[in-house]
Design a protein around this ligand. Structure first.
Ligand code: FAD
Length: 467
């Protein structure tokens, strides 16, 4: 006979309504489903990663974040965070979403070469604010991405081989940990948290502002060479050899693209297969021109945008599309990408194959990415040599092929693959995400920190560590 039984059934789910009412009554900006503001604040750039939180709180400061976390803890509800919606992976059902869009501070301390940036800021604002001083923040390929979402995942950008991971240039975070306490994390304050926030994404807390070192880089010799499909095999074979000789002053990637015949794309690329070689050189432009000459000599590019450009135009290197689309994304890390790897890639997705994938990108890592400057972080796979990222558009006619072609590509490269992934590129959530982006040692340390800083497991992202 059962003497003690739970007062709630096994299908009990805590209701976020009470917490949302309490927060609204306390004067916080709460946005509920069915309103235009809720729709705007829950937008995601990948349409298959739609989110449906119980309500959104557009926080104005760290105290608001603390109130949300404490109210949620009191009612057994979980809390998620979003800035731009570019990296959504959870549905957030029954959770309260903290939106950071109103945290829009950007202040540049040019004399000391650092900047303070609010959690709602996109890289484009930082690039623009730093440009007048000839200074640069280590943005990723798209300036539309949020600074904090990017940095907490490591941040691997178009000049990474020269300057390293963007998270290695973080000086400090202002963060509200899962227990609702406002803290500062740096090499000297809450150093364990500082370790975990650089690579651990939102698993330990909600960042409200970050302070980053800037580098002196007013301009770059950078851009992309776009080649026709016919040249793609020679370009990719050459790239696999050439990239291994590239000094750290150069960062490169290539992307095999199958662009639809739409007016949004440049005329020579529409409705055809092409390969784009991206190149960013932080040294003397004439040396950069000499380096990229090898690729220019393979074939005549359809488009050649490699030039001396202001650093603030960094987004022109990859020209990532940012319009919302239904996407299937997959990513692997490789230990090498030599001639054998290039042949395999060509067999799998080269111009002579039928594939439903719209883009297959190979980025060269190495250089300063490997160097943690004596300040280790939760970013786990520094030693990977290449990242492969594929993307397909899930329109009904090809959705099944997108998924199967993507799996075939990554399985086909398994001979060179590492058992891991980059936090920013691994498009899953929860324990599956953690198992892929952390080594067991990193995961164990994050789990311990999560018990300390989020004892009630209020953060939805902590599910990745403590399911
Ligand atoms: C077009 C495009 C290009 C990209 N290029 C690169 C690239 O070159 N290099 C690279 O490394 N990544 C790149 N990414 C991946 C990108 O860095 C991640 O998707 C990142 O999470 C996006 O952050 P966000 O704030 O814009 O997105 P959001 O959807 O707002 O946030 C995504 C996640 O970031 C974390 N996060 C956001 N805000 C906070 C906060 N205040 N506190 C704690 N955690 C937070 C949370 O885990 C959240 O779920 C790219 C993504 C896109 C869409």
């Amino acid at each position: 006979m059962t003497i003690l039984s739970s007062p709630v059934g096994s299908d009990y789910r805590p209701s976020p309504a009470a917490a949302l009412v309490a927060l609204r009554d306390a004067g916080l900006p709460v946005h509920l489903p069915g309103t235009d503001s809720y729709a705007a604040l829950t937008r995601t750039s990948n349409l298959v990663k739609a989110i449906a939180p119980a309500g959104v709180v557009a926080v104005r400061n760290a105290q608001d974040v603390s109130r949300v976390l404490r109210s949620a803890a009191a009612t057994g509800v979980q809390v998620a965070v979003q800035g731009t919606g570019h990296g959504a992976t959870e549905t957030m059902q029954d959770a309260i979403l903290v939106s950071t869009v109103a945290l829009d501070e950007v202040s540049v301390h040019a004399d000391e070469r650092w900047a303070r940036v609010g959690a709602g800021v996109k890289w484009e604002a930082v690039l623009a604010a730093c440009a007048p001083y000839g200074l640069a923040g280590l943005a990723g390929s798209s300036p539309d991405v949020g600074v904090v979402g990017y940095l907490t995942g490591g941040g691997l950008g178009p000049v990474a081989r020269t300057f390293g991971l963007a998270s290695d240039l973080v000086r400090a975070f202002d963060v509200v940990t899962g227990d609702g306490v406002v803290r500062r994390a740096s090499a000297t304050e809450n150093a364990d948290l500082f370790w975990g926030l650089r690579g651990g994404k939102g698993t330990l807390g909600i960042v409200t502002a970050v302070e980053i070192d800037l580098v002196e880089q007013p301009s770059l010799y950078a851009g992309a060479l776009w080649f026709d499909a016919a040249a793609a095999p020679a370009v990719i074979r050459t790239w696999s050899l050439w990239s291994s000789l590239l000094p750290e002053l150069g960062t490169t990637s290539f992307a095999l693209m199958r662009l639809p015949d739409l007016p949004t794309f440049p005329e020579p690329l529409r409705g055809r297969t092409s390969v784009s070689v991206r190149f960013a050189w932080t040294g003397d432009p004439s040396e950069g021109a000499e380096m990229i000459q090898v690729l220019r000599a393979v074939a005549r590019p359809l488009i050649d945008t490699v030039r001396v450009m202001p650093y603030s135009e960094l987004g022109d290197v990859h020209t990532d599309p940012i319009d919302p689309m239904p996407l299937h994304e997959e990513h692997s890390l490789l230990s090498s990408f030599g001639p054998d790897g290039a042949e395999r890639l060509l067999e799998l997705v080269g111009p002579d194959t039928a594939t439903a994938l719209a883009m297959v990108e190979v980025r060269q890592l190495g250089g300063k990415v490997r160097d943690d400057r004596g300040l280790p972080s939760a970013f786990a796979f520094r030693d990977a040599a290449f990242s492969v990222f594929s993307l397909g558009v899930l329109i009904p006619e090809i959705a099944q092929s997108v998924v199967s072609d993507s799996a075939r590509l990554h399985d086909g490269l398994s001979e060179w693959a590492l058992d891991g992934g980059l936090p920013n590129f691994t498009d899953t959530a929860g324990p599956a995400w953690a198992a892929r982006v952390f080594t067991p040692e990193v995961a164990r340390r994050l789990q311990t920190l999560s018990l300390v800083y989020d004892p009630d497991r209020v953060l939805l992202a902590a599910r990745a560590l403590r399911s």
